[in-house]
Design a protein around this ligand. Structure first.
Ligand SMILES: [Zn+2]
Length: 301
């Protein structure tokens, strides 16, 4: 069975998937994948149309009836209820819109939309032989994503976990106080350090600059705190860390902080692995979710 997986986070990436592997090449829009502002500037209707076109292109000459789309934000029954980093699409019934457009060519096509970090977690589970495990992933980019596999109904906005009660911590893009993303998010770091880019902050930290050393510690403590919270809710296990800013992670320091924060013996033993952000993984995860949840996915009414 062939399925199409789509990742629409910073740009659009579409691939044909069979047996949890990409078949052929991935289609990217824009082709220059380092242009991370492309989707930010696209009006909602054009964004949906761009998705349709890319999916149609990959579908050509293949019998595909299920499409999975990983999209940033809170997704509920195919509707984008909230998307702080792609606000133009808030409230859109993305699954039904795409399903309707794709089916109009004559082939009934179900579309399943899920959070992009959840797609990434499903992709990690599929490609690392962990389909029978609980897989959790933090994606560190402009925002902070939290994905988990197996897919479970819920909100899972772990990037907005409250990790500090300090009233001065107001850098999160959503406006909430004390959030993980307000400390770890790329935009939040730029707002905090008006005189330094995030790369420079971590470079200065390595050189011993106190302000930057203190921040780098807090940055790791924040992720440890959010991780400890999920361990206290869902138990210990394997955590993956990915995204452009995963390069700043010191796994040993993170491990140390988590061990300080999780003291119950039955909850210890979590491990961390930094993995590169690869579109393939998200595409495979989105396709897998569409395949597994095909019965629940949206078909045009
Ligand atoms: Zn927030």
């Amino acid at each position: 069975m062939q399925t199409i997986g789509v990742l629409a986070a910073e740009h659009i990436a579409v691939g044909l998937v069979e047996n949890n592997q990409i078949v052929g090449s991935i289609r990217n829009l824009p082709e220059n994948t380092s242009d991370t502002n492309y989707l930010l500037e696209l009006p909602a209707d054009e964004l949906v149309e761009a998705l349709r076109q890319q999916i149609e292109f990959v579908r050509k000459n293949h019998n595909v009836t299920a499409v999975g789309v990983g999209f940033p934000g809170i997704i509920h029954n195919g509707v984008v209820e909230e998307s702080p980093n792609l606000q133009q699409i808030k409230g859109h019934d993305l699954a039904n819109a795409l399903s309707y457009m794709l089916s109009s060519s004559g082939v009934p096509t179900s579309v399943h939309v899920l959070n992009d970090a959840d797609a990434f977690a499903a992709g990690i589970a599929a490609t690392k032989g962990l389909l029978d495990r609980l897989v959790r992933v933090w994606t560190l980019g402009n925002g902070v994503g939290y994905g988990r596999y197996p897919l479970t109904p819920g909100v899972w906005e772990g990037g907005h976990a409250v990790v500090t009660l300090d009233p001065k911590e107001t850098f999160c893009n959503c406006g909430g106080r004390g959030h993980l993303e307000g400390i770890m998010g790329y935009r939040a770091m730029r707002r905090r350090f008006l005189d330094l880019e995030p790369d420079e902050v971590f470079e200065h930290a390595r050189e011993g600059d106190k302000r930057c050393v203190d921040f780098a510690k807090m940055w790791h403590q924040a992720l440890a705190a959010a991780t400890a919270s999920t361990i206290h809710m869902s138990g210990p296990g394997k955590f993956f860390i990915s995204g452009h800013n995963a390069k700043y992670i010191d796994p040993d320091l993170l491990d140390l902080y988590v061990r300080e924060m999780v003291r119950m013996s039955s909850l210890q033993g979590s491990t961390f692995e930094v993995v590169p952000i690869e579109h393939e993984t998200g595409i495979i995860g989105a396709a897998l979710s569409a395949e597994r949840l095909g019965a629940q996915a949206s078909l045009p009414k």
